[in-house]
Design a protein around this ligand. Sequence first.
Ligand SMILES: Cc1ncc(COP(=O)(O)O)c(C=O)c1O
Length: 390
Amino acid sequence: MEKFSITLIIRSIENLLGKGPHSLHEPSMGKKEIQYVSDTIKKNFVSTKGIYVQKFEKKIKNYTKAKYAISTINGTKAIFIALKALGVKQNEEVLVPALTFVGTVNAISYLGAEPHFVDSNIKDFGIDCNKLENYLKKIVIFKKNKSINKKTGKIIRAIIPVHVFGHPCDIENIIKLAKKFRLKVVEDAAECLGSFYKNKHLGTFGDAGCLSFNGNKIITTGGGGAVLSKNKKLNDKIKHLISTAKIDHEWEYIHDDIGYNLRLPSLNAALGLAQISKINNFLSLKRKLFFKYNRILNKIEGIKLFKENKYSKSNYWLQTLILDNKNIPSKNKLIKASHNKNFYMRPAWKLISDLSPYKKKQRMNLEGAREIYKRAINLPSSQSLISKIK
Ligand SMILES: Cc1ncc(COP(=O)(O)O)c(C=O)c1O
């Protein structure tokens, strides 16, 4: 074992990847992407009506083995519309990890609902299920088969388990807990195309599951997302709400609800169709990158690379370095040193519960999430990096 030093870590990574720039994550594009996107332009079908949307949705559905898959304009709006269709209303509370991307929490706020922050654990970066159960036992009373927060008097309607950096959270136990407390479950699997728990794709455990195809994800549509579900009524409702809620008529414009216009354009779906055809290759490159990083970093004491847990198959979307407690003071210096060398390390998100729009919202003790923030650093993780490694 070699002694922990910032210089050693930076030198080891630079030796592995070669000289920068290396961003945190960049998309991998090829001829197929150009061909499919050009095709939408040539056919003059660039908007939401084009055939590529249906083709892309079918691929997502088949790949994830979800019963239904609907594409949306982005992952944030996928979460928003899933919560809306599942009946989350203004002033109701939604349990959500404080350690997530801000979009997860904003999706709750768009409904006028209240995020209620819950803790995560460093074992899988997801919701700490045991801790949450003890907390809910203390704060919930049941009234008319609903969970009511004793403190606020508000209904706790739903929970959003987030699968972080591509790694499955403790999803089976979270689903059990949700049943006990009568909560709807919207999985945030935005980062997790290609990740499985006990061979079941993430996003297919809850009432609904959401994916993101933003430019920094394992496959991209430029911007885009999807809602996975297993209930036809729910699926039809989401489909209706993401359009303009227009009912079928040959020529009249009749809308029976307030639609949100969140459909993915065909131009983006064409890009997604080309990208998803490469998912197996992307997954294998990501896994290779994990092993390459692991070989150099496990020689250095006081750090470790995050590895998928039992029963989990991660897409390794973002490689994550975990610092031992004694090395926490080096975190920012390490990140800064990587930027000086033109490769991009990044800390985990600041807890959303600490940000100004959310400072006054309900929360449990968040020490697990704080520990992750202090100890985790994401490394450059693009699948294209493998071709740069000798
Ligand atoms: C955990 C998580 N949730 C939600 C989102 C929102 O997705 P989008 O950027 O497509 O709106 C993202 C990604 O960006 C994410 O990483």
